[in-house]
Design a protein around this ligand. Structure first.
Ligand code: TRP
Length: 331
């Protein structure tokens, strides 16, 4: 039997998890749990690189964990843990900091665009990609599935790993980036030219996984479409295509069947059908989420179990690096 490849994904406990995250990423993770050795990390240390509220970080960290479990991440199969619970993430970040040229960080496009939006920029914002490299490299990760926006950061993690291997011998597994296929790129309901985004504050932009059913219906019924009546995948405008894509993923139907179902019925019918299928998908997720929200002790127990299961590997990697760099390890 060949060894399963290790996959590491990080998710920030900020903003709301929406339908685009669910259809574009979470469902794929859930489906891949048997084929890969998956680690899901709630990256709370990344979330403090921009201005934030402690109360909100606290609530969002548990909310995200509960939601991932509710969506079908099975802690018996995949490790799910909170980044700050494994101290080696911060420790390795410092070691890598001292081996990473400043210029590599200064040219990161996400840093440049985030820094522009803020009055004062914390050192952590510049250092964010090194922390991300530490996340990935601690676990001998083979594959890192991310959206296009994080590709440059994973490439930096590769560069750092190769530099350390060159300087100190074979220390790190060099990770590979996996860009999620664009098949499930879900667009904003209020603006179908733009990808559904966690940080967009538009009232009818996204459907969040924990939204009230009334709001879900309202948001989808208000979805921006053109004024035509085209409901074929190949001819539809961006707004209609988005609705058809959501229906396609959630129904599992073939395209010809979907096109026949909607032909000549108008966009009102399409929206109603999409709203119903989205609500049917959200209902069991919200019900399971409530069981975790009602029992935070159980949730914390699962997160502790997750951290305990990954920590030995993180410690081993950090020790390997420290030994190679000339540190005296504590006895
Ligand atoms: N920076 C990533 C994001 O915002 C989150 C992240 C942190 C991550 N550490 C990671 C993703 C390690 C993949 C691997 O989306």
């Amino acid at each position: 039997m060949t060894k399963k490849k290790r996959v590491f994904s990080g998710i920030q406990p900020s903003g709301n998890i929406h339908l685009g995250n669910y259809l574009g990423a979470i469902t794929q993770w859930v489906a891949s749990q048997d084929a890969y050795d998956n680690i899901f990390c709630i990256v709370d240390l990344h979330a403090i690189t921009v201005p934030y509220e402690p109360q909100s970080l606290l609530a969002k960290t548990r909310e995200l964990a509960g939601l991932y479990l509710a969506c079908g991440i099975d802690p018996q199969k995949s490790a799910i843990f909170v980044q700050s619970h494994v101290r080696e993430h911060t420790e390795l970040t410092w070691l890598l900091n001292c081996l990473t040229p400043l210029g590599w960080l200064e040219r990161m496009t996400q840093y440049k665009s985030k820094a522009q939006k803020q009055e004062s920029v914390g050192t952590g914002l510049l250092d964010y990609p090194v922390l991300m490299a530490a996340d990935i490299l601690l676990y001998d990760t083979n594959l890192v599935p991310v959206g296009e926006d994080q590709k440059q950061h994973v490439e930096l993690a590769r560069d750092i790993s190769q530099r350390v291997n060159f300087l100190f011998g074979d220390i790190f597994v060099v990770p590979e980036v996996v860009i999620r296929q664009s098949g499930a790129r879900i667009m904003g309901f209020d603006n179908p030219e733009q990808k559904m985004s966690k940080s967009d504050r538009g009232q009818f932009h996204a459907v969040n996984l924990l939204d009230d059913p009334k709001l879900v219906r309202k948001t989808i019924m208000r979805a921006v479409t053109d004024s035509g009546s085209e409901t074929r995948f190949a001819e539809a405008g961006a707004g209609v295509l988005n609705l058809l894509t959501i229906f396609e993923i959630l129904s599992g139907w073939e395209r010809p069947r979907i096109e026949a179902h909607f032909e000549g019925k108008g966009y009102g019918f399409l929206k109603k059908e999409v709203a119903e299928i989205v609500l049917a998908a959200l209902e069991p997720i919200q019900a399971r989420y409530r069981t975790y929200a009602d029992d935070p002790a159980e949730l914390d127990r699962i997160l502790k179990q997750g951290a305990d299961s990954v920590r030995p590997r993180a410690t081993a990697t950090a020790n390997r690096v420290k030994t190679a760099m000339g540190f005296v390890l504590p006895t």
